[in-house]
Write a protein that binds this ligand. Sequence first.
Ligand code: NAD
Length: 358
Amino acid sequence: MPRIAVLPGDGIGVEIVPQAIRVLDIVGRKYNLDFSYTEGLIGGAAVDATGTPLPDETIELCENSDAILLGAVGGPKWDNLPVAQRPEAAALLPLRKKLGLYANIRPSILYEPLVDASTLKREVILGTDIVTIRELTGGLYFGEKKREKKETGEEVAIDTLIYSTSEIERITRLAFEVARNRRKKVTSVDKANVLESSRLWREVTKQVHQDYPDVELEHMYVDNAAMQLVRRPTQFDVIVTENMFGDILTDQASMLTGSIGMLPSASIGGKVALYEPSHGSAPDIAGQDKANPLATILSAAMMLEYSFKELDGAREIQEAVNKVLAKGYRTPDIMEEGKILVGTREMGDLVCQELGDG
Ligand code: NAD
């Protein structure tokens, strides 16, 4: 029986996670995956109950599970705590590090009924279906940082961009594996005309590619990739890139699809993977049944795909979401004139109904 650690966290986390669990449960039963769920404390809720945002029991629960579903952490109540107790800095980042989650996978799929929710022209974005794989534990964000005073007295700041062959190899290998289940094209984004780390990135990517002759590989400079993403996003299938380039490009790609309430994510690489919506705990709408649960529901679909290799089940969830949107149902964040306004719970009900429940 696959074990799922459920960490609702704070704010809207406690409203959206139960909707994703209902969906997961229906699809799980259909595909003979009888999930068991164990809830754990994280974030502000854990601070209130135990004094720490990431209790040892939560780490233990995660390490002993087959997958983790997380809502979101944080909120104004805990903003003024010392850094060591702040929900994001002291819970999420250490949890990702502890579990060895070196790859962040973020799909940017345009659900056709939401085509007019994007700021970009419909004819440009129609058909957008990109997976960006971002290296998450190396590069500029983790290299040595320091400040020095020059002889002139002027101050200089130094950030070190460092990548090893093994770090590049494992993330590019993942990209080729993911592409194999999709349209079989990998775009590796770098700045090899300027950066030595990018030249190594390109060399290693080419070597790894030899094991995946069925997948097409193209290299693209990051500045060109930024332009191509808004020029013709449908040319991309899987994008793989280093930490900082990925940070920037995934936010840019999110605008192809409309609302942050639609964006799922997966962090993988260790023994157990973590699935969560890309947004935060939205304290401004928490407790009001206004949150869009679809990013979390789509994160559950990613769990089926990546942790349980149940591609049909994942696709069924995505199709159910598409159908609910096509029928005109909208939470407030994606509401347009002439559509039907629903709350968090009702949006969950509608997806469950499309999946044949109730
Ligand atoms: P946020 O993503 O929580 O909210 C930004 C805006 O988007 C808000 O107006 C919010 O109402 C809206 N929004 C977000 N998710 C939505 C959803 N599902 N449906 C409808 N609207 C949605 O970002 P923020 O306001 O910068 O941060 C709020 C808190 O969340 C902070 O404490 C921050 O530290 C934390 N945070 C946590 C995570 C995480 O847990 N991974 C990520 C980002 C921020």
